[in-house]
Design a protein around this ligand. Structure first.
Ligand SMILES: [Zn+2]
Length: 242
């Protein structure tokens, strides 16, 4: 996994149409983690009795926020309380930030009560650094669409791996999906669906603060491992260049 990731990182660089900041040894791969707790306010998301998705997402986001803060990593939440923030407002807030990565947190609604587990999404095509131009310039849009979304896919894999390792939940894998907040932001972005509110067993686990803490530790660890891997590949690239 790590090796194929590094190879993708190598092949991607020359393909970028817009310039990435020049490599500095040991440069931080990102300066900010934006945590996006799903739903809020009048939008409760999935529900199981009095267990509401919007409360779970906010609780887990706050836990991740605390854990990353403890590692000296800057964070930003797309909502700071039980308030309604539209998807486009979230994307705009995210796109105003520089050098960030994004983790959107959700819980799922299954088609059947026996469906359970955790999955992490990334967008196969994402807005580029010139999102506002790309939206009306077909040429740039085409280039953007041809870019494999390596960073987001890798971030999804690191986080998914940690989530499954920490919780022993059913591994539903990483999946490509054009969710609004993933597709319309210019930073590496993933969306975690950390359990089903239609599954009795998972509702029981999610009601337990210790389990939610484990989810948060897993998301935080996934972010840290993603950062370590990019840092290592950056050093490697610097050393290898003629
Ligand atoms: Zn949701």
């Amino acid at each position: 996994m790590a090796l194929s990731f590094l190879m993708l990182m190598r092949t991607r660089e020359p393909l970028l149409p817009h310039t990435t900041p020049p490599h500095h040894k040991k440069a931080e791969p990102f300066a900010l983690v934006i945590l996006d707790p799903g739903h809020g306010g009048q939008d409760s998301g999935a529900m199981a009795g009095n267990v509401l998705e919007k409360d779970l997402t906010f609780d887990v986001a706050q836990r991740v926020d605390r854990l990353l803060g403890g590692q000296g990593i800057s964070t930003l939440l797309t909502r700071t309380g039980d308030s309604y923030v539209s998807l486009s407002e979230r994307a705009q807030l995210i796109n105003r930030a520089n050098n960030a990565i994004v983790v959107s947190i959700h819980f799922d609604d299954g088609p059947r009560p026996d469906v359970s587990g955790i999955e992490t999404y990334f967008a196969a095509q994402q807005a580029t650094g010139v999102a506002t131009i790309a939206s009306w310039l077909p040429f740039l849009q085409k280039i953007a669409n041809n870019q494999p979304n390596v960073e987001s896919q890798s971030l999804a894999q690191f986080i998914q791996q940690q989530l499954v390792a920490h919780t022993q939940a059913v591994n539903r894998g990483t999946k490509a999906e054009q969710f609004y907040v993933l597709a319309n932001v210019r930073h590496p972005a993933v969306l975690v669906e950390a359990g089903f509110l239609t599954n009795k067993n998972e509702i029981g686990k999610l009601a337990d603060a210790n389990y939610r803490e484990q989810l948060a530790v897993a998301i935080s660890d996934g972010i840290l491992k993603y950062r370590e891997t990019i840092k290592a590949s950056g050093d490697d690239l610097d050393g290898a260049s003629p």
